[in-house]
Design a protein around this ligand. Structure first.
Ligand code: ATP
Ligand code: MG
Length: 348
């Protein structure tokens, strides 16, 4: 309802009441109408002025404040001062909208807070496990295991493996924080990715033998495939994905690397016939410290940072990474790279 109508109805109510009182004493319809008319007019004016002066003008200020805050100073200056013709209604709309915005903001902050809490508890868990192990072996050595040289050697080996794990963890964390803050620039260069894949395969050959996994590279076109990317970082991506295919592969299984050529990109896929990943885990797989229950229960060393680093690197190249998997059958991780423009010319 408009303010004027509201004020008029109020004034009319006052006018009628005064008219009735007047009629009670004077018994005249003439005085009734006159007193009603005058009091209605006077109260209309008084109410209107009071509301306008004390309520409306204050709401207008609040409205202007909200409106200008929402627009931001620069936009406000460009549009000039804006006064709404119906501030009460508009204030209601703006406040509702504001409340909605604030709620989403608060929800986001809560999510981030939860993420931070999880992150801290994960980090302390990852550090605690090797530290407790080291503590245990050192205690055992101090308590007499040193007397038995064979046992001492075994314990020292375990200590050294756990120290190694701690240093890998710190290295990975350092890497991830640098990638996140954008401190590591991507050094784009043009290179033949098939050569890089062969280098990585050679480096991982011994590990593949250890896991009894056959590692193959399906080269469809038998020709160099030039890409525009950071060679060392892509090496890291390949090592991480192939290493996962060993760790979560079947013994005597196989891992294959395939290159698909697309228009302006190439797609590299690493496929294994390992344990696979349940569908419910897929959406969170690339989060820091995320590991599936089966990999935890298999007691395979790892902190769950590998795929988070891989995703960061691929996305820093403005490319994408995806995963397909069937439990029990195996998984395929694929990522794209930008093809070098004159990709058929040999590398200078
Ligand atoms: N090829 C795969 N097959 C099955 N599960 C996989 C595969 N690759 C990754 N996963 C699952 O995804 C999880 C996260 O992988 P990620 O590489 O980030 O961590 P990780 O290998 O456990 O540890 P890290 O790489 O830091 O040593 C793994 O723990 C595993 O559960
Ligand atoms: Mg890994």
């Amino acid at each position: 309802m408009k303010l004027r109508t509201l004020v008029f109805l109020n004034a009319l109510a006052v006018g009628i009441s005064i008219g009735i009182v007047n009629y009670y004493f004077q018994h005249s319809w003439y005085y009734f109408s006159i007193s009603m008319g005058i009091s209605t007019c006077v109260s209309y004016l008084v109410f209107y002025l009071l509301i306008e002066k004390y309520v409306y003008s204050k709401i207008k200020i609040i409205y202007k404040l909200i409106h200008n805050l929402k627009l931001g100073k620069d936009l406000k200056d460009a549009l000039g001062e804006y006064v709404s013709p119906d501030p009460i209604n508009d204030v209601e709309q703006e406040v509702k909208e504001w409340a909605r915005d604030k709620k989403t903001e608060i929800d986001d902050l809560k999510k981030q807070e939860k993420f931070r809490r999880e992150f801290l508890s994960n980090i302390s868990h990852e550090f605690k496990t090797p530290l407790f192990a080291i503590e245990g072996y050192v205690d055992a050595l101090q308590d007499g295991a040193l007397e038995d040289p064979e046992l001492a050697k075994q314990f020292l080996n375990k200590v050294s493996r756990n120290v190694e794990r701690l240093s890998f963890l710190i290295k990975d964390l350092n890497e991830i924080s640098k990638l996140e803050s954008g401190d590591i620039p991507i050094n784009y260069q043009k290179f033949d990715v098939t050569i890089l894949i062969k280098e990585v395969m050679e480096a991982l050959e011994l590990k593949a033998q250890k896991y009894h996994i056959s590692l193959t590279f399906k080269e469809k076109y038998q020709q160099p495939t030039f890409v525009n990317a950071d060679r060392e970082k892509i090496r890291q991506v390949l090592v991480n994905l192939i290493d996962n295919s060993f760790k979560y592969g079947k013994e005597y299984g196989s891992t294959s690397i395939t290159i698909f050529e697309m228009h302006e990109q190439i797609l590299i896929e690493i496929t294994d016939n390992g344990i696979g990943i349940e569908e419910k885990y897929l959406p969170r797989l690339f989060e820091r410290f995320y590991r599936t229950d089966s990999s935890r229960s298999r007691q395979i060393g790892g902190s769950g940072l590998g795929l988070a680093i891989v995703k960061h690197i691929v996305e820093a190249h403005n490319q994408t990474i995806h995963v397909r998997s069937t439990t029990g059958l195996g998984s395929t991780f694929g990522f794209t790279l930008e093809r070098a423009k004159d990709s058929l010319l040999p590398f200078p």
